[in-house]
Each structure stands twice: as C-alpha cells, then as structure tokens.
Write a protein that binds this ligand. Structure first.
Ligand code: IVH
Length: 683
C-alpha cells in the first residue's frame, strides 16, 4: 500500500471510530473513551483533512466539532409575531375581562372557550396547500425549523384539501397514557408530558420522533389572502377542520342565545359552573391541559381591541393552578467543571419554593435549554425535582428584549479554547492549562470527602494558583509553604496549618487517594469494590489499563462493562499517568494496607518538633523524610526556634544550622536519622 492509500485509509478509520464514540455518547449519554483519547483522534483527523482535503468525507465527524447537535434546526423568522396570552386565575377575572371587551365593542360579542393544551407551540406554514415548514414558537419572532420531525406527526397533514397559503398555529402534545408508557423506558425520564413532547420534536433523527405518538391540535390560522372565508373563531375552527387540520372538538361558545353550529353554548351566568366542571373533567381527559383559553369570537372586532407587545387583547388564558415558584432569569452563566464539562447555570431573582430560597438553577446542556426555548429575561416556573434539586419547569412569559433561545458559547469562558461536543455536553479540551479546570481539580483533591486537607479551601487554591505556585495537584507536595509567611492572608499560623495539613495528607489510605484523583465514575463505593475484588494497588490497575483488560474488572460484581472501560481508558490518559507518577514520587500511598498493617508505627517522635534543612540521599525529595517523621508522631515546622527538638540537616544546610547551634537545638544528620528509624523496633 502506498503512502496516499494509507492516509485515505486512516481518515476512513478515524471517521468510523469517532462516529461510533459520538453515537455511543449521544445515545447512552456516556463516553467510552477518555476525553483526551477522543481529542487526540479528533485532532489527528482535523490535521489530515486539512492536509488532504480530497479525502475528507462529506459526513465527517469533524463537521460536528464545536457545534451543537441541535444546530441542525436552523432559526426561522415567523411571518406573524407569535404572541402569548394574558392570564387570570379566577373566574371573576374572566368575567371582568369579558365586560371590558364588551364595553369597547361596537356590537354584541360572543366568546369561544377552548382547552389550553399543555404542550409545545408549533406553527405550520402551508404554501399552496403543501406543508412547507414547521417552526417552534421560539421567542415569538424567531423559532427553530423542525420540519422533518413535524412531518412525522400523524395528525399533521402534509397536504390540505384546498391550495391555501397559511400559517397555522397549534399545540403538539402526547397523551397521558403514552407519556407514562414511554417515560418508563427512558434512562433519564422527563419531568412531564410537555417536556417529552418538546424533546421529541427536537430529535436529531426524525425516525426517532416518528416512533413517539405525538399529536397536534390547531387553534389559529392566518391566511395569506385576507378575504377570509370565516367571520368568527368558531367558523375558523370549522374551516380548519375542513382543510384536514386536527381541531380539538371540545370547545364551547359563550353567548346568551345562539342559533349557530354544533357546539356547546353557555350563558354568561353559567360560565362559572362550566369552568368548575372543566376543572373536574381535567383528570379524566386523555391529554394534559393547564387551563382554558377564552377568545373573542367575532374576528372583525378583534382588530379594534388590539394588541400589546406580549398578547392580543382579544384572548385570555384562565389557568387552573396558580404558580408555585415564578421568577425571572436575570442571567445565564457558564461554568467549567474539573473534567472540562461546560454547565450553563440560570441566575434567577430569588424565589421561595418548598421552603427554600432558590437563586441558581442548573440548565445541564444546550439540549435542555432548547427544549425550554429559554433565554435571559424570561419568566419561568420553578419546581424542586424529588423535592431537592431546583429545575426550570417551563417558560411562562418570554422576555421583552427579544432575546432568542440562549446559545452556549463556542469557546471556553475560562481559557478561550474552542469547545468540543461529546454527546449532549460540551467540553473544554485544554485539560492541563484551563484555569477553572485546574482549580476545580485541585479543590476537589484537597476537599472534604477526598484528601480533606484542612484549611485548604478553594480560596487558598485560587490564590496559590494565581501566584503561579500551584499549577496542578502535585505542586501541593513541593511548595515551600513557609516562604509564604508575610504575604497577604498568609500569617505564620495559617502557613503552619497548611503545611501540616499537606504533610499529614500523605498518610491518607490508598482508597482515599484513588477517589481524590477524580477518575470518572470512581467514588468511594467503586474503589471499595476494586479492593474487595483483589485489585489493591495502582500498579495492578495501571497494568490492566495498559493491556485494556476490562474483563478482570468486569469479573467483580457491581462493575459493569461501561464503567470498566471508562475507568481503564481514563487511566491510559497521559495526563493521568503523569499525575499518578508524580504523586507516587511525592510519597502518597498507592497500595491498600491490609488490616494488620494498618496499625500505626511506633510513635517514637511523639511530642517532638522537627525542622528539616538541606538535601538527602535516601530522602529525595526531602518530603519523604518529613513523611517518616510525621508517621511517627513528630510535628514538622519551617523554622528553628526555642521549641524545636531536632534539626534534621542534610547537605548544604545553610542558615538553619547556624540558628540551631545558637539556640542549642540538637542537629541530626541523615545517617543518624536512619539509625533512629531503624532502631525503632527495639525501643
Ligand atoms: S391562543 C394569539 N389557544 O398557550 C394566540 N393558545 O400561554 C395565542 N395554548 O403559546 C394563543 N392551547 O402554546 C391558544 N387553544 C389554545 C391554546 C393555546 C394551548 C398555548 C400556546 C400559547 C400558550 C400561551
């Protein structure tokens, strides 16, 4: 095979491999390779395609890099602004609205009462009777084009019975029963039927949309030719039905007497009892409704009543439930986690829900934001999932600023690197240098539940990082903390505490160290499974990673195929190999101690205070000497004082030796020190 063939082959192979990973991740929401490995393959492919564009495949996975998968739904301008509805929560509210409308009108008004279906608003654009486009409501002016998916909804006709050009608005929903059945099968269930309908409408593959029994009811039409063949809403509904569009048959007319059509007619006096009845019927309906919509029936009167920017004055929503937690999204911030994962967070005006005040809510990823069609300035309702985690339930009112659905940035807000998409999430690939990632990693390592280094809070991590002293986890063990004394926020006491905390952290058991590395999906429980399964040290684990031998892990009850291969590929990551190597050298434990060995060493230095200076042969780095001392009960400090018991002096001791002599502090050299350690058994 000549060189050129080899390159073509490599490109093909890389494409196949990356596509499988993307698909795996997208479908199962989990990565089967480490981010690093993935990036490596992707970078290689980008490089090759740049150099040999003639071999680049038209569906190359590089075309998806940096772009979100849902961007396959282009934004489309609506031909008419898709306004929202004004709302009331009481029947008195409706009656006074009816009176207000009636007073302004030139003739006697009648009103339609429709179900307010709790689904997703969709506009169908027909051109000469053929379905041309289906666009989500978006911000009312611009929405997402989801035509291929809408075409799969069985009740949406692709062709009308007349060649009209019209924008038809309606609600896409799923029946309660279908929702319960489908949701049961999902790994991550949807909170409600509306969200499932919204998510389904945004599937990348329309075949996946087709497999869900979505339905649609239409309630409004804007015909291009203004000589509308219908003078009232009721007749418009009827006309739409004749066109072949799905119209909810359950609507009523408020009128004191009606000659008209085949429809329930209620007198104004009976309105209250009608609405009460409906509230009761709600549970028995096959689909979710969240209220009723009252509309002025006479279309010619509507224009006189007019519009606000937000809603027509000729329609009103009567909502059954008053909102639990309703608030405004003041900003959307983007956080970079320790693994590089990008998480959007909504900042909302503080609101009390189920006993606690909520001001931050995670928005997970772009898909989640798209599903809500959420942007800054929107009014939203908030719930607490499982009564704990706050979640945005829905947008109840779009912002007045015309903000479109929020889009995550293409570059990392912390380091500016171009983000990559892996499955539903975006990641910053700049593992080693991205500030937020590094700080997040170190803060995790020193944090409670992991190495638990006292006094080493996130603030300290930040300051030391910015001073250039702490560039990654291993630096924790080589920083000369005492040199910080006198700097802002670093008093003698604090420095001593930091130093002591770091030193004693060397004694943390292997189990703790392994968890602190932040390997994907490897928490306390997973580590215990490994140990109990006989994998008691890092070398064994690294060997399995090197040989990609996941069968050994899978033989352990409780470890599945996916977690096994995720763990092993994370351990093959050169960054991780390097980190483990450095931490080994710093003297951390990478082997589980059997119970018998766990008994502590004789505390021969208990109550003593030691200072170390110079360099050593057996204890290089010097911190190893410190480890031996601390393990036997000594306290190690940074400067010689009256309270120092011993100065351990290696080569090139310097000024500390002078000071020790002056203060009559005993000086111990490396040989003497070793003798002290070895004599420990006989003492
Ligand atoms: S009329 C200008 N009728 O409710 C016309 N809306 O809260 C405004 N909705 O965005 C809409 N059923 O998604 C109308 N029978 C119905 C409806 C309905 C459900 C939804 C629609 C709208 C939202 C407003």
């Amino acid at each position: 095979m000549d060189e050129i063939d080899r390159i073509r082959d490599e490109i093909k192979h890389l494409c196949d491999q990356l596509k499988t990973y993307q698909e795996e991740y997208y479908k199962k929401s989990r990565s089967v390779v480490s981010d690093f490995e993935y990036d490596l393959l992707m970078d290689r492919l980008i490089e090759l395609e740049k150099e040999y564009p003639q071999f680049a495949l038209p569906d190359s996975p590089t075309l998806k890099v940096g772009s979100d998968l849902t961007s396959s739904f282009p934004e489309v301008q609506h031909t008419y602004p898709m306004l929202s509805l004004d709302k009331v929560y009481t029947s008195e509210g409706i009656i006074s609205w009816i009176e207000k409308c009636s007073k302004k009108a030139l003739k006697r008004l009648t009103f339609t009462v429709e179900e307010k279906i709790d689904g997703v608003s969709l506009v169908l654009y027909y051109r000469n009777g053929i379905l041309d486009k289906a666009v989500t409501r978006g911000n009312g002016l611009v929405g997402n084009d989801v035509t291929p998916n809408a075409r799969t909804i069985s009740s949406v006709p692709l062709r009308l019975s007349e060649p009209v050009t019209a924008a038809v608005r309606g609600e896409v929903f799923i029946n309660k029963e279908d929702f319960l059945k489908l949701n049961e099968e999902l790994e991550v269930p949807f909170a409600n039927a509306r969200n499932l309908a919204s998510g389904t409408l945004r599937r990348i593959k329309s075949s996946e949309t087709a497999s869900v029994p979505l339905k649609m009811y239409v309630y409004d039409a804007y015909l291009e030719d203004a000589d509308s063949s219908y003078p009232t809403q009721a007749e418009m509904l009827d006309y739409m039905k004749r066109l072949g569009l799905p119209v909810n048959p359950d609507y009523a007319l408020i009128a004191d007497s009606q000659k008209e059509m085949d429809v329930t007619v209620i007198g104004t006096d009976d309105l209250e009892s009608y609405l009460r009845q409906f509230q009761e019927r709600r549970d028995a309906l096959s689909h979710e409704i969240d209220g009723m919509v009252i509309k002025v029936n006479e279309l010619d009167e509507r224009e006189d009543l007019g519009y606000t920017n937000h809603h027509p004055k000729w329609a009103l929503a009567y909502k059954f439930d008053s909102p639990q937690g309703e608030t405004v999204v003041s900003a959307i911030d983007v956080q970079v986690g320790r693994t590089g994962r990008i998480t959007p967070v909504a900042r909302v005006n503080p609101v009390k829900v189920a006993g606690s005040t909520i001001s931050n809510i995670t928005l997970h990823n772009q898909d989640y934001i798209d599903l809500l069609e959420l942007s800054v300035g929107d009014t939203v309702t908030i719930s607490k999932r499982g009564d704990v985690i706050p979640a945005v339930e829905r947008v109840v009112e779009k912002n007045d600023e015309g903000n479109r659905t929020y889009r995550l940035p293409d570059t990392c807000p912390s380091c500016g690197s171009k983000l990559i998409s892996v499955g539903a999430h975006r990641f910053c690939p700049n593992r080693r240098l991205c500030r937020d990632q590094v700080i997040g990693r170190i803060a995790f390592f020193v944090g409670k539940g992991q190495m638990d280094i006292e006094n080493f809070g996130p603030e300290t991590v930040n300051v030391l990082f910015d001073k250039g002293l702490l560039r990654d986890i291993p630096d924790l063990y080589s920083i000369d903390y005492f040199s910080l004394i006198g700097e802002m926020g670093f008093g003698e006491k604090k420095v001593q505490l930091l130093h002591d905390g770091v030193v004693s952290s060397r004694e943390r058991p292997y189990e703790t160290v392994l968890v602190s590395l932040g390997l994907p999906d490897l928490g306390k429980k997973g580590v215990q499974l490994l140990i109990d399964g006989g994998i008691r040290d890092i070398d064994t684990l690294m060997r399995l990673a090197k040989d990609d031998d996941s069968s050994r892990l899978m033989a352990i009850k409780g470890i599945g195929e996916k977690s096994a291969s995720t763990l092993l590929s994370a351990l093959r990551d050169p960054y991780m190999i390097d980190l483990i190597d450095k931490l080994k050298k710093a003297g951390l434990r990478f082997e589980s101690v059997r119970d018998k060995e766990k008994e502590s060493l004789p505390q021969i230095f208990s109550g003593q205070t030691w200072v170390i200076t110079g360099s050593f042969t057996r204890f290089a780095p010097r911190s190893l000497a410190e480890k031996e001392l601390v393990a036997r009960g000594a306290k190690v400090t940074g400067s010689v004082s009256g309270s120092t018991t011993f100065l351990l002096a290696g080569e090139k001791g310097g000024s500390k030796i002078e000071k020790a002599k002056k203060l009559n502090v005993k000086i111990v050299d490396e040989q003497q020190f070793i003798a002290m350690l070895e004599g420990e058994g006989s003492e």
